[in-house]
Each structure stands twice: as structure tokens, then as C-alpha cells.
Design a binder for this molecule. Structure first.
Ligand code: DC
Length: 224
């Protein structure tokens, strides 16, 4: 396997395990991990901080003009997200951000802004990147495309566990509603909707451990 100049696109719905799988695969396969959702979260955070509320009709062109985004890949497989130079990696992982991200992610100007950043970052690196539209819009010519899926109940269970491990309050019913809402928003989006690319490998992870999914992806990468 040569990892020079390769792009592995991992798409799928919220809570399907994309980021934890992609991080581990990055470590094992010698790729850099890019978390595209974190960039949408950072734009949402900035909008909430500076405009108070995220509502339709905000001037998102001005909002992105105020923003510099950056991601740094770390040796432990994680990536750190910077908003105007500040590390916001923790601040963006809240249910409040998740509840407000739909409108931000619907904006064409925001999507173009983030996609330009990702493409320029990828130009000099071999990456594994997770998101919703990576294999369809951002990198339609990606070396390998994978679509990870899981049932709503399983995704709720994983998200709840993730929050509990971080010591956050867990309301399983509200996490489940949030996941269902986000599925609808992500699938119905006019630009960059969540969709399996025709040439993506589909993998339902409901009955697979993370380790099993990581192994499946590493095997695919070895065959490139
Ligand atoms: O992967 P995540 O849950 O952190 O993503 C948060 C939101 O960001 C997701 O619900 C929709 C948006 N997003 C997007 O529109 N396109 C991407 N490529 C990645 C995320």
C-alpha cells in the first residue's frame, strides 16, 4: 500500500461512528484525519457567539468574512479545530451547537467556504475525512469512498455513551430526537445533502464493533 496522495472519504449520518473509526484508521494507515463536521460546528459557534441566535436570513457572507478556520492533525489521531486562532475543539461538542447547525449547514456560502478550506488542506496531504457530502461533492474522485450507517437506536446509544464518558448530562430521549431531526436536515439539504455516492462501499455498523469496522476499512486501504 502506498499512502501518497490518497483521499479516503467516509460519509454517513450522525452517530454512525465515522469520526472514531476514521481517527483510528488514520493512525494505523498513516493518513491525516480531517473532521469536516467540526468546521460546520465552528461556524455555528461563531454565529451563536456574535449574532446570539442562528436564524434564517442572517448575512452568512459577512459571517464567514469574520472567520478563519484551521485544523491541525495530532500524532494521537485526533484533530484540533481552531476558530480565529482559538482552539474550540471542546466548545463545539454540545447539543446546543447540534441543535443550531442545520441552518448554518444549509448555506451555500458556508459550504463553499468550508469545502475550499478542506480542498486546499488536502492538496499536500494523504487524508481520511468524514462528513456528509465528502464522496459526492467535496471529493467526487476520492481514492476510496465508504458510507457508514447504523440504526437510530444504535446511534443514540453510541452518542449517549460518548456524552456520559465526557461527564455530560445524558437525556437519551432528547439525543434520539436530535439524531432523527439531524437525519432529516442532512438528507433534505439543497446543497451537500447526505447521500451515499454510487461508488461508495456501504457498511451497516449496527452489529459491528468499532474495531471490526476499523479492520474492514484498513483492509480496503491495503488493497488500494
Ligand atoms: O459530523 P458531525 O455530527 O460533527 O456534523 C455536524 C453537522 O455538520 C451535520 O449534522 C451536518 C453538518 N455537516 C455537513 O453539512 N457536511 C459535512 N460534510 C459535515 C457536516
Amino acid at each position: 500500500m502506498s499512502v501518497d496522495g490518497i483521499i479516503v472519504a467516509v460519509d454517513g449520518p450522525a452517530g454512525s461512528g465515522k469520526s472514531s473509526v476514521a481517527r483510528e484508521v488514520a493512525l494505523r494507515a498513516g493518513l491525516k484525519y480531517v473532521d469536516s463536521g467540526a468546521l460546520y460546528r465552528a461556524v455555528t459557534l461563531h454565529t451563536m457567539r456574535t449574532r446570539g441566535k442562528v436564524v434564517e436570513g442572517l448575512d452568512f457572507s459577512s459571517i464567514i468574512d469574520e472567520i478563519t478556520l484551521q485544523q491541525r492533525y495530532n500524532d494521537d489521531g485526533t484533530c484540533t479545530t481552531f476558530l480565529n486562532g482559538d482552539d474550540v475543539s471542546e466548545d463545539i461538542r454540545t447539543e446546543q451547537i447540534a441543535a443550531n447547525i442545520g441552518i448554518v449547514s444549509d448555506q451555500r456560502v458556508v459550504r463553499d467556504f468550508i469545502n475550499n478550506y478542506i480542498r486546499s488542506w488536502a492538496a499536500d496531504n494523504s487524508i481520511i475525512i468524514d462528513g456528509r457530502d465528502i464522496g459526492t461533492v467535496v471529493f467526487p474522485d476520492a481514492t476510496l469512498k465508504v458510507y457508514l450507517d447504523a440504526s437510530v437506536d444504535e446511534r443514540t446509544r453510541r452518542r449517549s455513551l460518548e456524552y456520559a464518558e465526557k461527564g455530560k448530562d445524558v437525556d437519551v430521549n432528547s439525543i434520539k430526537s436530535q439524531i432523527i431531526l439531524r437525519d432529516t436536515q442532512d438528507e433534505d439539504r439543497q446543497f451537500g445533502a447526505l447521500k451515499k455516492a454510487n461508488d461508495a462501499h456501504y457498511l451497516d455498523t449496527s452489529n459491528h464493533s468499532r474495531e471490526e469496522v476499523v479492520t474492514i476499512l484498513c483492509d480496503m486501504i491495503n488493497e488500494i
